[in-house]
Design a protein around this ligand. Structure first.
Ligand code: GLN
Length: 395
């Protein structure tokens, strides 16, 4: 008798997993594989990281870095992270007290919430959002509360924002540069957020994974550098996007010693640690010269312009992103049904995968007319996708 039969009819799942669905982004990758399409859905590059980073990973395996690293990160990598956040982000960090290396920014986010948020509390999230944050809050026993980003500039209304803070608010999640819109929060917006966090004694958890992917002179500012924020901010970033190593699963948190201790405990029991040899290679990556980051931005600017041009030409309405590597489009020019129907038709009939917009909103209706494309792909891939998208007929 199979296990399925044995337990048939018995409720097998905890209530908490019934409150959210599987990731739509990762589901679209599976759909894309099924139809052999071009994957502009999930944000992972279809090109390799720099040769020297790959070599460093191979070398680390050969040199014997094959057993657990220290739970919260190898000393070499924590040192490299502390140097990087000091110079690039302007956040002074002690590798012994302020740094935890995690399995991707994904683990960093959930470990941060599990370490700081109590069941019954609330977590503020900007909408549209990257789909992990709601389930992360739920898994911590908390409820997400949403603040809308609206209009072409994707601004939030400071009054609506103020109202989102309640006596139960424990944390706020800020993602800048922003997925899925490409918004880069301005200094003035960050000031408003910082003031509210201080006034309401709230912890800010930032997702800065796209911090190096910026366009048109946009500047990345870390919330932790604003007045009153260093003690109450958990700064999260990782290696995946900057060095094109999404499969290595390397991220980190920077926080006060007290918060760091809490995150280290959660991280220890979730995963024990991130892959040891890849941590050594990550330390090499973080020490690449400035020219690497300049090249990265130039390459991404070309990819952005290519996809943006193709989408506009095909008839999508979109705002050009200032950061990250996504374009959130409106597709009302097509006779398309809702976002999920359109995305399914696109992957099945046109051979291009994108992400249905509703997965970025808690009121699914708000995203019914939108789909998101990523441009972290080779120019040939984007050109091939562009040719396919141009076959779409408009209303
Ligand atoms: N951040 C990527 C995206 O939005 C996906 C990350 C992931 O799937 N873990 O597409």
């Amino acid at each position: 008798m199979g296990v399925g039969k044995l337990f048939k009819g018995v409720a097998m799942l905890a209530e908490r997993v019934k409150t959210f669905t599987e990731s739509v982004i990762r589901g679209m990758t599976r759909e894309c594989l099924k139809y052999g399409g071009i994957n502009l859905a999930q944000g992972f590059p279809d090109f390799d990281p720099p040769e020297e980073i790959k070599e460093a990973a191979v070398r680390a395996i050969r040199d014997g870095y094959n057993q657990y690293a220290i739970t919260w990160g190898s000393p070499n990598l924590r040192q490299a992270i502390a140097e990087k956040v000091g110079t690039y982000n302007g956040i002074p960090a002690d590798p012994e007290k302020n740094v935890v290396v995690t399995c991707g920014a994904t683990e960093a986010m959930i470990a941060s919430l599990l370490a700081t948020v109590n069941p019954g509390e609330e977590v503020i999230v900007f909408e549209p959002f990257y789909e992990n944050y709601g389930p992360d809050a739920t898994l911590a026993g908390a409820s997400p509360r949403y603040v809308s980003l609206r209009g072409p500039q994707l601004r939030f209304d400071p009054e609506e924002m103020e109202k989102a803070f309640t006596p139960r608010t424990r944390a706020l999640i800020l993602n800048t540069p922003h997925n899925p819109t490409g918004k880069v929060f301005s200094g003035e917006e960050l000031e408003i957020i910082a003031r509210l966090c201080c006034r309401h004694n709230v912890i800010a958890v930032t997702d800065e994974i796209y911090e190096h992917i910026l366009y048109d002179g946009a500047r990345h500012v870390s919330l932790a550098t604003l007045e009153g924020m260093s003690e109450r901010t958990i700064t999260i970033s990782g290696l995946s996007k900057t060095y094109s190593v999404t499969g290595w699963r390397l991220g980190y948190t920077i926080a006060s010693p007290e918060i760091t201790d809490g995150i280290r405990k959660v991280h220890d029991f979730l995963t024990v640690g991130a892959p040891a040899p890849l941590q050594e290679a990550a330390a090499v990556a973080l020490r690449l010269p400035d020219s690497y980051y300049q090249g990265l931005q130039l390459d991404y600017a070309r990819r952005r312009d290519l996809l943006y041009g193709a989408l506009c030409e095909a008839g999508f309405q979109c705002t050009i992103p200032k950061g990250a590597y996504y374009i959130l489009t409106n597709f009302e020019a097509f006779d398309a049904g809702d976002d999920t129907e359109f995305a399914m038709r696109l992957v099945r009939d046109v051979g291009v995968a994108a992400v249905p917009g509703s997965s970025f909103y808690h009121h699914a209706d708000l995203g019914k007319g939108q789909i998101r494309f990523t441009f972290c792909k080779r120019e040939e891939t984007l050109q091939a996708a562009a040719r396919r998208l141009l076959t779409l007929t408009r209303l």
